[in-house]
Design a protein around this ligand. Structure first.
Ligand code: 3EB
Length: 345
């Protein structure tokens, strides 16, 4: 089958998942309460445990990725993955306390070592599975905004992602996946999950923003290696993956301290990406209200104002999951990621 498979994202409760057949599930992410609800249940697909609290009214939510073909689970090293058609979902977690404390200055910090290991394991699994092209990566980093060893942990993560990618012959600009990098609870492992394909996606940048891989050095010694969005496939079978998007124009944060304005600016950025992606896929632009969203809120007290902005823009029926998470810049209150299928509506 060369036309490509359809990929779908659903937010479901653990009991809704169990009442459906597991067939076609490529993988899933469980957030704090849903992971507790699933505790002890054996699942036959890779399941990432993300240590972030759900803020939506339904607290037990799983993010489930399905393909419309039979899926097969397997593992490689620390990576659990499943393949379905030309798609792969994988996940892995690395504890920093497994790794040696740094000795001499210049040796990697525990988070750098964990990131290095996680990225090498991910690339090795992709090579073994024959799906080398990363589409989308989610990175959950405990204490993302905390300074240790003289550098903020998000910046340590960027240093090691860059080094591991280069060491594995991977791009660090241009042909880089869509991504998100968020905080997770203190003491949780570095947790990654990802989607890949044997086909390369198209890589989309936002004309309103400097590409993250060209950010100036004031944001850290190594730039974040991600694209603003990727598109896999063409026409009505194309799928769009929008990276974590925030209130950044050029390379600067706008509206620090104003979560409502940050939410509106973020939606303008997402609309700019929809237009670029529609051009790339050779279709009309997807509409904002047809995407499926994950919204990361730093301070849960700001959820009502953020939610009000999103409901005004998207209506009350949009598919949205709200999570509490720290965001990679201390002046950002909200970050939004999204996925859409050109044939989904
Ligand atoms: C930004 O636009 C916000 O380091 O992989 C968003 C998505 C952000 C992904 C990453 C960082 C990452 O710079 C931060």
């Amino acid at each position: 089958m060369s036309a490509g498979q359809r990929l779908r994202l659903e937010y479901v409760t653990p009991s809704e998942l169990q009442s459906k057949t597991g067939q076609g599930v490529l993988g899933a992410a469980a957030f704090d309460d849903s992971a507790r609800a699933l505790n002890g249940t054996a699942v036959d697909f890779p399941l990432a445990h993300v240590h972030a609290a759900v803020l939506s009214d339904t607290r037990e939510v799983l993010e489930v990725w399905r393909a419309d073909v039979r899926t097969r689970a397997d593992s490689h090293g620390r990576v659990r993955y499943a393949r379905g058609g030309d798609l792969l979902f994988g996940s892995l977690a690395v504890r920093e306390d497994e790794l040696p404390e740094p000795g001499a200055s210049g040796s990697p910090t525990p988070l750098e070592a964990a990131t290095n290991l996680a990225y090498r394991e991910m690339y090795a699994a992709l090579a073994a599975a024959g799906t080398p092209h990363l589409l989308r990566v989610w990175n959950y980093i405990p204490d993302i905004n905390v300074d240790t060893y003289g550098l903020e942990r998000y910046r340590q993560f960027n240093t090691a992602r860059h080094a591991a990618s280069r060491a594995c012959g991977r791009a660090v600009m241009g042909s880089v996946p869509a991504a998100s990098a968020l905080g997770a609870k203190t003491g949780s492992p570095l947790t990654l999950y990802f989607l890949a394909s044997h086909r390369a996606p198209a890589f989309i940048e936002n004309p309103r923003q400097v590409s993250a891989y060209r950010y100036p050095a004031e944001y850290g010694p190594r730039s974040p290696a991600f694209s603003r969005a990727t598109v896999l496939g063409e026409g009505s079978r194309a799928t769009l993956f929008i990276s974590g998007t925030a209130s950044i124009v050029g390379h600067r944060t706008l509206h620090a301290g104003d979560p409502a304005a940050q939410t509106r600016e973020t939606l303008v950025n997402i609309e700019a990406l929809l237009e670029q992606a529609g051009r790339s896929a050779g279709t009309g632009a997807l509409r904002l209200e047809h995407l499926t969203y994950k919204v990361y809120v730093r301070d849960p007290q700001k959820l009502p104002v953020i939610r009000a902005q999103l409901e005004a823009a998207l209506g009350r029926d949009a598919a949205l999951l709200y999570l509490q998470a720290d965001i990679c810049r201390r002046d950002l209150s909200v970050e939004i990621e999204a996925v859409g299928g050109f044939g989904w509506q």
